[in-house]
Design a protein around this ligand. Structure first.
Ligand code: AHG
Ligand code: MN
Ligand code: MN
Length: 346
């Protein structure tokens, strides 16, 4: 393609910045603070992307030698991504408190850094065990107002149910880098154009299909699963051509990447309670809630297996929760199997 045509093509897309300014009034009507917060997040995402793209060239693979609060090995990129997001949010001044997978306590911003009114909870790098083998990873973020009845930025002010989120999103560092977010008015996806360093609106108003042909679960944990889930999995594997079964299994092991594929194509992602993780593995505040907000805004559902994830009252920053998330019909079927209402001959 000629360079002129290429520029013509890029110019036809709306940038993230333009889009945020147009939508500014949906979350905060006058100050522009929320728009600036989103801009800070997008800047951090570009910096993490820059580190990611150099990961094969410079020495940012491997472990820091630290064990994080989850008892998991901290990868160098986990620490780098955490640092970039904290730095961008601190510099931007719109955030008063950060909760991160990579830090045991909530991190209040100093009054000198921030008069901000937003709380950001994040998984700076999701799927980090996949980096060394060149598999897609992501960042997940969740945004809340500092509540009026808890005006001090402390952990208590951050422990709000997902229904209180004012924004949520993820960045997927895949074959291209995408930022997908919602403020409660639908879901929009932006692709980073590396030639101009801008996120461009490539996926406006994302809707997830009612149902899909893929399910995602770590089946290595099969022996741990409760009977309803075991039956559901067997049911999805049955050969019933008139009902689209058997389904296909797709499991990357990066929640963001599995979620994004299912969101776009239709599918069901499950991380249930297991013997190793009796409360589930995924974290409520910075993995389950933000992707639940997005999937619901795209027409999907997110459940603990029993109830809507976003209605769960949290009591810990790093709380874990079972997750069934994706196309609405598939989540409903999973819940019905868990309740024992469906069986193999259903
Ligand atoms: P993180 O890298 O942030 O710790 O998250 C890892 C999570 C999630 O991304 C993924 O879906 C899940 O762990 C995979 O777990 P299993 O290896 O147990 O399947
Ligand atoms: Mn994660
Ligand atoms: Mn992580």
């Amino acid at each position: 393609m000629q360079p002129d045509n290429r520029l013509e093509e890029i110019g036809a897309f709306k940038t993230l910045e333009q889009f945020i300014i147009e939508r500014q009034f949906s979350v905060d009507s006058s100050t522009g603070a929320f728009s600036r917060l989103l801009r800070d997040i997008s800047v951090a995402a570009k910096l993490v992307n820059w580190h990611m793209r150099r990961a094969g060239i410079i020495d940012v693979f491997g472990s820091t030698g630290e064990i994080n609060v989850q008892g998991e090995v901290q990868a160098v990129m986990d620490a780098l991504a955490h640092k970039e997001f904290v730095r961008a949010l601190r510099r931007g001044g719109e955030c008063c408190l950060i909760g991160s997978e990579e830090h045991s306590e909530a991190i209040p911003m100093k009054a000198s850094d921030s008069e901000g009114k937003y709380i950001v909870l994040m998984d700076p790098l999701d799927g980090s065990s996949n980096i060394e083998v060149n598999v897609s990873v992501g960042t997940i973020f969740s945004i809340y107002h500092l509540p009026e009845d808890h005006p001090e930025p402390t952990l208590e002010s951050a422990l709000q149910p997902g229904v209180n989120q004012v924004g949520a999103g993820y960045v997927l560092y895949g074959s291209s880098t995408m930022l997908v977010y919602t403020t409660g008015e639908g879901v929009n996806g932006f692709t980073l154009d590396p030639s101009i360093g801008e996120f461009l609106l490539t996926h406006p108003d994302i809707r997830t299909p009612e149902t899909g042909s893929m399910y995602s679960i770590n089946e290595g944990n099969y022996e741990s699963f409760e009977i309803g889930l075991k039956k559901h999995i067997k049911w999805m594997q049955q050969e019933r051509s008139d009902s689209g079964r058997p389904l296909s299994t797709r499991y990357i092991g990066s929640f963001v990447a599995d979620f994004h594929r299912n969101l776009m194509k239709g599918g069901l992602y499950m991380y249930p309670a297991t013997h190793k993780n009796p409360a589930g593995k995924l974290r409520l505040m910075y993995e389950a809630n933000p992707l639940a907000f997005i999937v619901e805004q795209a027409g999907g559902k997110a459940s603990t297996g029993i109830r809507r994830i976003m209605e769960v009252e949290p009591d810990k920053l790093h709380q874990r929760i079972p997750v069934y998330i994706g196309s609405p019909k598939m989540v409903e079927t999973a819940e019905a199997f868990l309740r024992g209402e469906l069986d193999l001959d259903s």
